[in-house]
Design a protein around this ligand. Structure first.
Ligand code: FAD
Length: 383
């Protein structure tokens, strides 16, 4: 994969067909579909790529299928196949067979997708922060400089942290008061014990933490925890070390890792479109990371947003038709994820689940369904 060609801030054109805000998986897919259809498209990301972000780095079958259908299976050429989830709780542990997902670092995956976007003809500019003003113009900021760009359509795919629509009161977030927040870091190889091909998932009263080995041997750690847990600890590294418990083999490395956080996870928007605007990926709403499907939701809604934007630009559809399309893509999986996560907040339910799997290994297949549909794409075909 070639290096990512970037547009300089001064060279940004005053007008394009489409602006995509956010160069993550949703923004990347939307831009790819727009550029492939021949529309002048520019992607802005406020962070320089490659960048890591809080993510469990387990790409589930649905996300693999989106990449494969779009001819992007090669982006996963070095991804590590995952076979099982080791579910650990206060009262025991159980292994759930769960083949079909892969582990890949977000820094690698997202920059590869952006390189494909660029190869398809889109412009990419980062680090540039973008926001939509009241008149639909996009304001751009970079190192104290300000520019504006006009687009016939804007796809906002700026994730949970995004503020590109903050000046648009009609897109305000609704967030659950009981929501967990996300925390994550990548630690050096061997810092936390996790077998190759395994997702190690620890569930406790404060939330849950997942660990996976990345293709280069480093260990990705991602957790969803009660905000009060971190407030009481006045920091992130120590509570994470405590949650990981005896899985930690190198305490110093875990304490020194570059921990990042997220805002509240469970959130939604009252609308996902307006004239000239579509919203996709986490920016359109999120549930919880328990089943490890967020990347798939981002790839799926990003791809569909790009296709819908193409139809809007071609006069074949209206922006307002986007809301039910986007919600329809994720509704079933998000509901399953929320229900599973709620259930696992009860220590009794976790205990019962672990006991049932231990006593009846056949029940493990039923538990695996909580993590989504099995793969329809053999991993070997992606190589
Ligand atoms: C703890 C945790 C664990 C998770 N584990 C998994 C997992 O194992 N598997 C899985 O599939 N999913 C997982 N997820 C979910 C997954 O990380 C997200 O759903 C996915 O990254 C969403 O992609 P996105 O493209 O919508 O947003 P992002 O990946 O967040 O990308 C948004 C981009 O927008 C940029 N941006 C923000 N604001 C602006 C702005 N104003 N201007 C320009 N750019 C901007 C950001 O820099 C960023 O690059 C997890 C999430 C959490 C919190």
């Amino acid at each position: 994969m070639s290096a990512l060609p970037l547009l300089s801030f001064d060279s940004i054109p005053a007008e394009v067909d489409a602006v995509v805000i956010g160069g993550g998986l949703a923004g990347g897919m939307a831009a790819l579909r727009l550029a492939s259809a021949g529309f002048r498209t520019i992607v802005f990301d406020r962070t320089a790529h490659p960048r890591e972000k809080v993510c469990g780095c387990c790409l589930a079958p649905a996300g693999i299928a989106v990449l494969s259908r779009c001819g992007l299976g090669g982006l996963l050429s070095d991804a590590s196949p995952l076979e099982e989830v080791l579910l650990e709780a206060e009262h025991g542990a159980a292994v759930v067979r769960r083949p079909g997902s892969v582990a890949i670092a977000r820094g690698a995956l997202d920059v590869r997708l952006l390189a494909a976007v660029s190869a398809a003809g889109a412009l990419v500019a980062c680090p540039v922060s973008a926001s939509v003003d009241g008149s639909g113009r996009v304001e751009l900021r970079h190192e104290g400089g300000v520019r504006h760009v006009r687009a016939r359509i804007v796809v906002a795919a700026d994730g949970l942290h995004g503020s590109s629509l903050a000046r648009r009161g009609d897109f305000a977030w609704k967030s659950s008061e009981r929501s967990l927040i996300g925390v994550g870091a990548i630690a050096p190889a061997g810092a936390v014990r996790v077998a190759p091909g395994q997702v190690r998932m620890r569930v406790c009263r404060e939330g849950y933490v997942g660990v996976v080995r990345l293709p280069d041997g480093r260990v990705d750690i991602a957790a969803a925890v009660r905000p009060a847990f971190l407030r009481a600890a006045r920091g992130v590294a120590e509570p994470m070390r405590a949650m990981l418990g005896d899985a930690v083999t190198d305490e110093r490395a875990v304490m020194d890792a570059a921990w990042q956080g997220t805002p509240t996870l469970t959130r939604s928007r009252s609308r996902l479109s307006a004239p000239g605007i579509l919203v996709a990926g986490d920016a359109a709403g999120y549930a919880e990371p328990f089943t490890g499907e967020g990347m798939g939701w981002a790839l799926g809604t990003g791809c569909a947003a790009g296709d819908h934007a193409v139809r809007v630009l071609s006069g074949a559809a209206a922006e307002g038709e986007w809301d039910p399309i986007c919600r329809g893509i994720v509704r079933g999986a998000r509901l399953r994820c929320l229900l599973t996560a709620q259930l696992l907040r009860s220590p009794l339910a976790v205990k019962a689940c672990v006991r049932v799997i231990q006593a009846l290994p056949g029940a493990s297949a039923r538990v695996a369904r909580a993590f989504g549909a099995p793969s329809t794409v053999p991993i070997g075909e992606l190589r």
